[in-house]
Design a protein around this ligand. Structure first.
Ligand code: MRU
Length: 351
């Protein structure tokens, strides 16, 4: 089990994902501002994982009594909301912490801080349960012998544990299927090369690393059974924002008749977003494109674009796999139903 993020002895502990795969360093955070900084700086990344980090960070910020709790709480929530714009799980987790605060703010300070911590711990626990459940739904879509292409890192490192896209891969393997993986390196931040390859190698799941530009070649050769990716935000109509390069893979998959699956918990679905055009796309530092680590790979001063995510239109997606079941086109009604199952408090049903 990879420990991405945990609450330990009154502190938030996270593996520093910027240093993987060469170093496994766990950092201990006792100040909420440092947790927010860690999200911004990619110590922790991946939509569900940053939601969990925000929840723990908010709980951490409220562990000591405040003279003006309402004001302090609101300030802490705003600090986290300003870290990264695209993954909706972050805002979903903040909203859940806000509801918890509103329900408990009349309690005496130690009970209030305990309730906020319990809520954050529940978000952490439920994310792992959701990933295991969606993994089982997803595994049914995977052939007995399959070569699965995945992009970026939608694994244990991107969640509280087990992963979404890699959750499907793990569950398929646990079901006795013969699975091999083709992982794209995912320029510019190299989540595929550094994180997905590290996770899968640790579990001895046979994995071949390719550069992003090799994807079409392997699809054309008939070597890919399906593509499985995660998501940062799913609009009400089924359009999906995910790591830059996802859209190109979906177009290629369509061209080659390869099923293209998105695996995500319902906390990634944003019903307030009608379609993908309304999803805010984060633009990151040009340095990520012009350098690999500290090594410059482009002439100084060249113009650079660095959108961190793109939007895949729903018509390119074969299915969206959640903890409450699988949605297929037409997505609007089905996604609404799956979200209702969550708000009705349906327990995840791992079969
Ligand atoms: O910029 P990142 O590394 O946070 O982007 C992560 C992704 O795009 C993942 O595919 C997505 O968050 C799903 S993670 C289960």
């Amino acid at each position: 089990m990879i420990h991405t993020i945990e609450w330990r002895n009154g502190a938030v502990v996270m593996i520093d994902q910027r240093l993987l795969p060469s170093q496994e360093v766990y950092r201990v955070y006792r100040d909420y501002r440092a947790v927010a900084r860690a999200i911004k700086d990619m110590v922790i990344r991946g939509a569900p994982a940053i939601g969990v980090a925000a929840a723990f960070g908010i709980a951490l910020g409220m562990q000591r009594p405040r003279r003006q709790p309402d004001k302090a709480f609101d300030h802490i929530c705003r600090t986290f909301a300003a870290t990264r714009p695209t993954a909706v799980n972050l805002f979903w987790a903040i909203e859940r912490m806000r509801r918890c605060f509103a329900a408990c703010k009349a309690k005496e300070p130690t009970r209030l801080s305990r309730r906020l911590l319990d809520e954050a711990l529940a978000i952490h626990r439920e994310d792992i349960a959701a990933n295991r459940a969606l993994g089982l739904y997803g595994a049914r879509l995977v052939p007995k012998k399959a070569r699965i292409m995945t992009h970026c890192n939608a694994g244990a490192l991107a969640t509280a544990g087990y992963g979404t896209a890699l959750g499907v891969i793990r569950a398929a393997r646990e079901a006795g299927k013969s699975i091999t993986v083709l992982a794209t390196e995912t320029r510019p931040f190299l989540q595929g090369a550094r994180l997905t390859a590290w996770e899968l190698k640790k579990e001895r799941i046979p994995t071949t690393l390719i550069t992003d530009s090799m994807a079409g070649h392997f699809m054309k050769q008939g070597q890919i059974s399906c593509v499985v990716v995660g998501a940062d935000r799913i609009a009400a109509n089924g359009d999906v924002a995910n790591k830059i390069g996802t859209y190109s893979l979906a177009v290629l998959a369509k061209r080659h008749g390869i099923p293209f699956f998105v695996a995500a918990p319902t906390s990634t679905i944003d019903l307030t977003c009608a379609d993908g055009d309304h999803i805010p796309i984060e633009n990151r530092d040009p340095h990520e494109v012009t350098h690999i680590g500290d090594q410059a790979i482009a002439p100084k001063g060249v113009a650079v674009a660095n959108p961190a995510f793109d939007v895949t239109p729903h018509e390119l997606i074969s299915a969206i796999i959640t903890e409450h079941g699988v949605a297929r086109t037409p997505y609007t009604r089905r996604l609404l139903k799956l979200c209702k199952a969550t708000s009705a408090g349906s327990k995840v049903r791992p079969h």
